[in-house]
Each structure stands twice: as structure tokens, then as C-alpha cells.
Design a protein around this ligand. Sequence first.
Ligand SMILES: [Zn+2]
Length: 488
Amino acid sequence: MSIFDHRLSLAHLVAWLVLFRLVPQKNEYRKMTATSIKLIVAAALALPYGGFAADTQVEPERASKLLGAQNHQFERKIIQVSENVYTAVGFHGANTSMIVGDDGIIIVDTLRGPFSAAMALKAFRKYSIKPVKAILYTHSHGDHIGGASAFVGEEKPEIYATEGFGSAEGVNKAVNPVKGLRNIRQFGRDLPVGQRTNRGVAPANTHDKDGGKGYVPPTIRISEDGYRETIAGVDLEFYLAPGETDDAMFIWLPDEKVLFAGDNFYHAFPNLYAIRGTAYRDVLNWSESVGRMAEFKPHHVVPGHTMPISGQEAATASLKDYSEAIGSIYDQTIDGINQGKSPDQLAHEVGLPEHLKDRPYLVEFYGTVPHAVRAIYAGLLGWFDGNPTTLNPMEPRLKAQKVAKLAGGTEMLTKQMDAALEEEDYQWALELSDHLKWLEDGDLKRARKVKIEALRGLAAREYNAPNRNYYLSYANELESGTLSEVWF
Ligand SMILES: [Zn+2]
């Protein structure tokens, strides 16, 4: 069985399109019960894992249609979530929300910069012209805090965040040059319009020039005991919730049973590891934080990105499932580690539990299971996989020479590389081209060309947005000659 034909049939795809097209745009999920979501998505996704755990490669047409369907998760609009809660989706990468109180409004997250934030505020103003009394930051990622100045009016609102706020990333700036480059690739920031799809949980095109310019520091810090306050007549509860970042919190609105989840929940498998490069995200904490959210049995969940989910059954089940999925990936990885298995092996073995494979909010549009497994391994044990063979692996040039010898010489190795590309065995073509790169008698130009084509071949079949963006960006960089020889 080819790796491209086992997952999604045309009928499944049609069901996906029905899910995203025929349901009215406003309050999509309010009208859907958990059961109906489950039924539709069960029809949309068939995920037999077989030997291809967490494989996000499908036929090219299917990959682009799936990503096209995911775009409906961040079309620009205001959603009225409950009587007094409005969420602005698609004004930038993340969401911003407005809670309307007696004599003022409360803003949850502020987008990346003042330009997008001002647009969202203008759209909110159709529903309330009351002054902004408070701003709440769910966590310190730039796409949630950089637009605050647009919401700060005459009243100088208090700004709430956790005690550890700011500890998420960027503390060690030593590797920022390479993280910046990898960030551009992960999000496809430099891709030409024709190659753009989305960023998994965010649209491809965002206004980023003023990123961070509107950041206003917090004035009130929430400790690990949590916090309750009535602001503008609205009862609010704050709970620490380490997950995507250690400095995350969720906010609970008891009267309307709305839960603001920040980035610990969104409509895609969680990015337990970001390929742009981040410190270890504590996966177990993440699972527990989402589990705690589920205990509130919310009627509405407002994620940090993508559409809110409404209906007590659907909202609560989504959090339960999410927590369980993260916990299961963690447990399976730990079991495997303790059996002595390597990250390479585990990345191909661990998968979502059978009963969660059909959940629309667990499709690997953003994070992937194999990346999560590797992150857990490295996060808990570091880079060494326990096998003494890998304690001091060969220097790449020497290994390439030995591989060439094994293949019957450099020419034979080149032939094998070409054949792999021809047979659309793209990963193998990449690996052989990387060996060829080191060989003095190797045709570097040819190896580079094969690498570019193989990356584009993988990208076309990829529905995980960061993978796809990375493959395409890297291929373009190689082609344009902007990459140094280090990168090949
Ligand atoms: Zn975010």
C-alpha cells in the first residue's frame, strides 16, 4: 500500500467540505452537538495508522483541499460566542475577544500589533462602545500581546497576566539568528502567494510590520493560587495553566460558562514542539491544564486561535479529548523510552488512540505526533538515545564516503538518488542528496536540484502546515542560492 492512498477518500473530503461550507458562518459550532461533529468528522477522516504513525502525507490534491478547508477556521469575522462575549477571528494570526460588562468592556488577548488590533476593536465597536476596563493576556507569545496599545483608552485599563509572564521564550537570545530563519520557514512568511496555504492555526497573510509595537506591560500578576475579580460588573476567574508556555493561564466566566483557553487549545493537534526551535514544552503539564479546563464543563470554549466551540457537550468533550490525546502521546512515549526504544523508532510507532482519531480538533494541521514524541524524548533525556552506536557517530563526510562505497561508488550513489526522486521516494532522495553533498567527486549541483525537487514533492503531499511551509521555503532558498554551503 502506498503511503499516499491509505487515509482520505474523496467521500471523506466531501464530508469535510460540507462541514466547513454548508454550516452558517456565524456561531458554526453552537448549532452542532458533539455527536454531529463526531459523525461528520468520522466520515471525513479515516486514519488507519498501520505502519505510518501520524503520517501527514496524502495525495497532492487532497492535501491542498484539506488545508483549504482548515482556512475556514480563521476567516475574518466577529463571532458572538454568548450573550456578552464576542471573539474576533482572523484579524491576525490569533484571536482577540471582548466581554461586555455594565460600564465597560474587557479584552482577552490583543493580537500581534496595533494595526490589526485597531481593526478588531473597530469591529467590536459595532456591538459595544463602552470603554476598555481591563486587558487580559492568556500568555506571553507575541501574537497575543503586541497590539494592546490599540485597546488602551483614556481609562488606562489594568492589564492582567501570570506571575511568570514573559518566561515563555526569548530568555536565551543566543540562538535568535537561526530561530528567526526557521520561524520564517515554519510560517512560510517569504513564500510567494501561489505557494501559500496557511499556518495550521492561522492565516498565511498577516500584517506583521508593527509586531510588538503596541505591547503594554502587565500591571496585575496572577499567582499560582489563581484569582477572582469583578470587573465592569463581570465575575472573572483566573487559573494558571502551564502548557504551550509555562506562563499561560485560562480565564473562566462563570455567569456565561465561557472558558478562554489561550493557546493550550485550538482546532488542530497541539504544537507540542515547534520546528522553528523552542525549549521543551512540558507536555504533561499541558495535558493536565487542559484536563482542568474540562472540569469546568464550559458551554463555550474560546481558543487562542481558530473558531470557538459552543454547546456544553461539544465544548467539554473537546477539552477532555485534547487532554487525553496529549496524555496518551506522553504515556506511550514514556512506555517506549523505558523499553529502551529510540526516538526514531518511537516517532513511527506512537499514535493517537483509536477513539480520538476522528476528532476534527486533533487533525495534525499544526503540531504532529512524531515531532511531539521526539520533543518528549529530548526534553526528558536530552539528545542521546541510549544506544552506544550513537554516542559518537561518524563525521558526516566520512559516513558519506562509506555510503558511497557501499553503493558501488559516487556514480552509483547518484543514480540511486535520481531513481529515488523518479520513484517519488522523496525522503530517501533527500537523505541520499545529503550524503552526496559531502563527496568531493559528487555532482553538487545535481544533488541540490534533487533536494529541491524532493522537498517540493513532499510539500505538495503535506497537510501539516509547518512541515509544508518549511519544505517549500527551504526549496526556494536553495534554488535562489541564498543559502550558505553549511545549509547546502
Ligand atoms: Zn498564539
